[in-house]
Write a protein that binds this ligand. Structure first.
Ligand SMILES: [Zn+2]
Length: 321
């Protein structure tokens, strides 16, 4: 006597009936890079198919995203002027603030998530303010609060702090609440590993650190228990979503977080994961479409409710077919 598992696999219809996990366009968040003072759009060399947009080309990009049925975007900005404090990150005329306002005018129902960090805006490329060669946690919070508030005032629907400072959820929550923005959710980059998979993003966001690395604020990839502590403190501080970044090499973390938290979970399918699949696909070494769908399905199966992915537009169009 043995089990006949193959009974449930005999036809595609039957396989549809017993399928446990579905990928839907509602799961997708599309990242967008907006750059100040460029004409049109410029392709990111390490991320074929991903562009830095001007405010003019952004309009066309949003049109495309809407036509695919995608419901949320996350914005990253590249200013033309960077300084020690990252002051363009909280300027009311900053590139992100302008882009948010423009998108909300064009597509009021599209959810605009603002990434809240300083690395694209500081001359040193770190995610907070420096004290010597170290990032000063509490001084950085003061600035990040200002960034979040200016993004919300420009029209952002969700604030997504990615800076990996301790206490950023509590601090930003307090700043938003005091300004009357109690209804704005915080999507926390709760579990953010110091990963080599971020390489291509640094080309796209022009945000590589000028010296050192981010290992004093982002997490050691070896640490599982610490990751769970990070997520727990963000949840206690009032986060509305928890994120795991990167996704692919950290699906165990995602699964464990799923078992411990009832908050919506977000997986960030990062730039290096995109670049690897894209490169192999372009070389004809893998079936890109099939691998993309399988990869994102794996993130959902591990426990993600939402996926931030540079493949969002591709996946949305595959799902339409
Ligand atoms: Zn950063």
């Amino acid at each position: 006597m043995f089990q006949r598992h193959r009974r449930l696999r005999t036809s595609s219809t039957l396989r549809d009936l017993v399928r446990e996990t579905q990928l839907s366009v509602d799961d997708l968040i599309a990242p967008i890079f907006v750059k100040e003072a460029i004409e049109g759009k410029e392709e990111v060399s390490s991320m074929p198919g991903v562009f830095q947009h001007s405010l003019a080309s952004l309009e066309e990009e949003i049109e495309h995203i809407l036509s695919l049925g995608i419901k949320a975007v996350i914005l990253f900005g590249i200013p033309s002027e960077k300084d020690e404090l990252g002051s363009q990150a909280w300027s009311d005329e900053g590139i992100v603030q302008q882009a948010i306002a423009q998108i909300k005018r064009q597509a009021p129902h599209l959810i605009v998530i603002a990434d809240t960090c300083l690395c694209e805006f500081t001359s040193h490329g770190h995610c907070g303010l420096l004290d010597g060669s170290l990032v000063d946690n509490d001084a950085s919070l003061q600035i990040l609060g200002k960034v979040a508030l200016s993004q919300v005032k420009a029209g952002a629907d969700i604030i997504a702090p990615s800076n990996a400072m301790d206490g950023f959820v509590a601090y930003i929550r307090q700043v938003l609440d005091e300004a009357g923005f109690q209804a704005i959710p915080i999507m926390s980059y709760s579990i953010k590993f110091a990963s080599s998979y971020y390489g291509p993003f640094r080309d796209a966001g022009e945000s590589a650190p000028a010296f050192g690395d981010r290992k004093t604020y982002q997490m050691d990839p070896a640490n599982r228990m610490e990751a769970l502590r990070e997520a727990q403190s963000d949840q206690e501080e009032g986060a509305d979503f928890l994120m795991v970044k990167p996704a692919l090499a950290y699906l165990d973390i995602l699964r464990e977080l799923r078992q411990r938290s009832s908050l919506p979970l977000v997986a960030y399918n990062v730039s290096g994961e995109y670049a690897m699949i894209k490169a192999a696909g372009q070389n004809g070494w893998i079936d890109e479409k099939a691998v993309v769908l399988e990869t994102l399905l794996g993130m959902k199966r591990a426990g993600a409710d939402l996926i931030i992915s540079y493949f969002a537009k591709d996946v949305a169009s595959y799902l339409q077919d």
